[in-house]
Design a protein around this ligand. Structure first.
Ligand SMILES: NC(=O)c1ccc[n+]([C@@H]2O[C@H](COP(=O)([O-])OP(=O)(O)OC[C@H]3O[C@@H](n4cnc5c(N)ncnc54)[C@H](OP(=O)(O)O)[C@@H]3O)[C@@H](O)[C@H]2O)c1
Length: 336
């Protein structure tokens, strides 16, 4: 079988295509024929040596992928050959709170999805909704689950309240879709005004171009009455404006602390003194969270947004395209 491996963290050159024996499952394992994978920001950070968790030398990259089971181990009880599945980001985190013993991640410390076949413990695996094609199904593990937990994990927003999403990246588009699914109003800011119509078409009730209005926080607050939940993916560039946009008891889920140049979030004390906003953090989510999200995706027949699809042999081009940043939706690498 063909399999990409990360031989170091020196950028695209570290991504190496290998020919290997087709894997056999251990007693509690399944073998999945991977039909599609997708890229997340963390995958470029891992590739470039900028991710907080050190990847295993020679690891198969990518947390997000989808495929059908072609072999099961003798002790497997949760799945059968033919089931359509994806993996859970923190593979060993089944439920409850994460702790130091559960930090292993697919595509970082554990072999991920950018291969013809993936071997997964059956406990690391979840069944996919029937209405999604392979490419759509390959987008949910990281950005999808992060957005789901940001929008549902804090107890707000309630229907009719306002959610703010920053930009049109993977997490933000899912957060927009989940916000609408929950009956909320959604505001979006984007650094590329030309994406405004596409954000509106996806359901955004208010879109502001940050290049036209760099100090957008007050305008968002005035036009919405104050944001109830911010899915803060912008980091240092947007955090202060997000705080200004928030209602008195707003909630900001802080997903990005630093920018690519090493700049860090600064808490604007004078501003925060006048606010009762809660600032919280999260790490993607558990398998139980993933199963809850997939039930909602299935129930509402939600369809992830896809920007562009690359062939398996073009994985390097897919990384390059994703890294340049001007995308709207997920970048897919088809199965081998
Ligand atoms: N803590 C966690 O569990 C967790 C999980 C997943 C992701 N994250 C973090 O969340 C962030 C987003 O992840 P992602 O996968 O969605 O990344 P992504 O797909 O690369 O999205 C980044 C988007 O942010 C927007 N943006 C960049 N600079 C901006 C600015 N100055 N003002 C407004 N928007 C700006 C851009 O959208 P426009 O072109 O529309 O401006 C860009 O497409 C990353 O920092 C990632 O590390 C954290």
């Amino acid at each position: 079988m063909r399999s990409y491996r990360l031989e170091g963290t020196g950028g695209i050159e570290s991504l190496v295509l290998r020919d290997e024996a087709r894997p056999e499952p251990g007693a509690h394992e399944i073998v999945v024929r991977i039909r599609a994978t997708s890229l997340n920001r963390r995958d470029t950070m891992i590739l470039n040596g900028a991710y907080p968790l050190t990847p295993r030398q020679g690891v198969v990259p990518l947390s997000d992928g989808a495929g059908e089971i072609v072999a099961v181990g003798a002790a497997v009880t949760r799945f059968a050959v033919g089931d359509r599945v994806t993996g859970s980001y923190f593979a060993r985190w089944i439920d409850g709170r994460i702790h130091a013993g559960l930090v292993d991640q697919l595509g970082c410390t554990l072999d991920g999805m950018l291969a013809e076949y993936a071997v997964l413990d059956e406990q690391w695996t979840v069944r996919l909704p029937d209405h999604l094609d392979w490419q759509e199904a390959a987008t949910l593990t990281c950005a999808g689950l992060t957005a789901w937990n940001a929008v549902t994990g804090a107890g707000i927003p309630k229907p009719g309240q306002w959610v703010l999403v920053i930009g049109s990246g993977g997490v933000s588009l899912f957060a927009l879709q989940f916000g609408k699914l929950l009956g909320c109003h959604v505001a979006a800011v984007t650094s590329r005004g030309e994406k405004a119509d596409r954000l509106r078409a996806l359901g955004a009730d208010l879109v502001i171009s940050t290049s036209d209005m760099p100090q957008w926080g007050a305008a968002v607050r005035d036009q919405t009455g104050g944001i109830d939940l911010v899915v803060e993916t912008g980091g240092p560039a947007t955090f202060t404006q997000s705080l200004i946009a928030s209602t008195l008891y707003g909630h900001i889920v802080l997903l990005t602390l630093q920018d690519a140049k090493g700049g860090s979030i600064q808490l604007p004390a004078a501003l925060y003194q006048r606010s009762l906003a809660t600032i919280s953090r999260l790490f993607v989510g558990s398998r139980t969270n993933l199963e809850a999200m997939l039930r909602a995706v299935s129930q509402h027949r939600l369809r992830p947004v896809i920007d562009k699809v690359f062939a398996f042999t073009e994985a390097g081009d897919a990384y390059r395209y994703f890294q340049q940043g001007d995308v709207f939706g997920k970048v897919i690498i088809d199965g081998a």
